[in-house]
Design a protein around this ligand. Structure first.
Ligand SMILES: Cc1ncc(COP(=O)(O)O)c(C=O)c1O
Length: 372
């Protein structure tokens, strides 16, 4: 069969390049997990789950704990937990409108295709996450990538293209998922204002972790109200699942009507939505965990002599096989730190991606440093 032949040879190439991926059933119980995105360590706080579930015995049929919504949000899937979660998010983000999605991937593949047309231009940081790239590809707009965090290049692109399109969108992550470095959101806001563009920022790796109340890097850098659309996810620091966007009411109404990955999918299970709201109420006050996380992240970064501004600490090895070998060496010593290879990162920059969480101890960091 032509198809099988083609994909078999592609798989053989992946194996040759040490890029073949497999799903593993890892027993993580004996491993020190430095690959999780549970940045605040909420998964290691059984008391939180106990508190959340404490009413369950009394009312096992309570919709709060239902395991399926059985429908899209525009049909019968819009259970009351959504409104409560969106209201809590609105309150957290200075009364701006909030909309919850099934995942960050759903958010990123849906927002740009809904909002942009072929008369528009999208300017995208070169290292933006794959879900953003997929959203850009699904949209009808023209797009250009600017070199990673190079705002001079972005300014030049804006200067060159301003007036040639109906709308220009700038889209960037705030904390970059594979390098752990931070966008200069103030600079992006300046450019957005100077060229009257729409600015979208994906804060997947910074909500819960940055900002006095955990709203993310936009809060930390004082530009929370200046960014047109802020995307946050619940699958990382929130230890839940799903995502949200913060924006104005008009954009929210438009997305509800036009965003295909919002409309044509079964809504999240109520229990997940309610857990996200429960966690959100806790995260706002977790300043101590945030400070501690920065402390151990700086310790690991300094010890490794590596780059980054966050709890994501990359250790760039270069070749795929060498990164896999280092990951194996750590695994044998009881440490889980995955090797990240192309196409997730550029060729020749295979790395270990340490992602730290507030449940780790300083001794854990010492253990890693001693092995490197
Ligand atoms: C920057 C960024 N945006 C979006 C996503 C997707 O979020 P989710 O896992 O909720 O689909 C990820 C996931 O890793 C991410 O790193």
């Amino acid at each position: 069969m032509a198809l099988l032949g083609r994909i078999q040879s592609e798989l053989a190439i992946l194996r040759e390049k040490d890029q073949f991926r497999v799903l593993r059933n890892l027993d993580k119980s004996d491993l020190l997990n430095l690959s999780s995105n549970d940045y605040l360590g909420l998964g290691s706080m059984p008391e939180l789950r106990e508190e959340f579930y404490k009413n369950l015995q009394n009312c096992p049929t309570d919709e709060t704990y239902a395991l399926s919504s059985s429908s899209s949000r525009l049909l019968t899937g819009n259970h009351p937990g959504y409104q409560e979660l969106e209201q809590a998010l609105s309150k957290m983000y200075n009364d701006r409108a909030a909309l919850v999605f099934n995942s960050g991937y759903h958010a990123n593949i849906g927002i740009l295709p809904a909002l942009s047309t072929k008369k528009d231009l999208i300017l995208c940081d070169k290292l933006n996450h794959a879900s953003i790239i997929d959203g850009v590809r699904l949209s009808d707009a023209q797009f250009k990538r600017y070199p990673h965090l190079d705002y001079k290049a972005l300014g030049n692109l804006l200067e060159k293209n301003s007036g040639k399109y109906e709308n220009i969108f700038i889209i960037s992550e705030s904390i970059f998922s594979m390098d752990g470095d931070a966008a200069d959101l103030r600079k992006l806001v300046e450019l957005k204002q100077a060229y009257k563009t729409t600015l979208i920022v994906d804060e997947a790796h910074s909500v819960g972790v940055f900002g006095a109340t955990g709203c993310g890097l936009a809060e930390e850098q004082g530009v929370l109200d200046e960014i047109d659309i802020i995307i946050g996810t619940f699958g990382k620091a929130f230890c839940s699942a799903g995502a949200y966007a913060i924006m104005n009411e008009t954009i929210r109404d438009y997305l509800i009507n036009k965003m295909r990955s919002f409309i044509f999918t079964t809504a999240l299970p109520p229990v997940v939505v309610n857990w996200s709201r429960f966690v959100l109420s806790k995260i706002i006050g977790m300043k101590k965990q945030r400070e501690y996380l920065f402390k151990i992240s700086a310790k690991l970064r300094d010890g490794l002599g590596t780059i980054g501004d966050s709890q994501i600490v990359p250790f760039i090895v270069g070749e795929n096989a060498a990164a896999v070998a280092l990951s194996e060496k750590l695994r044998e010593a009881g440490i889980l730190a995955f090797a990240i290879r192309p196409p997730t990162v550029p060729a020749g920059t295979a790395r270990l991606r340490f992602s730290l969480n507030a449940a780790l101890t300083e001794k854990d960091i010492d253990k890693v440093l001693n092995l490197m």
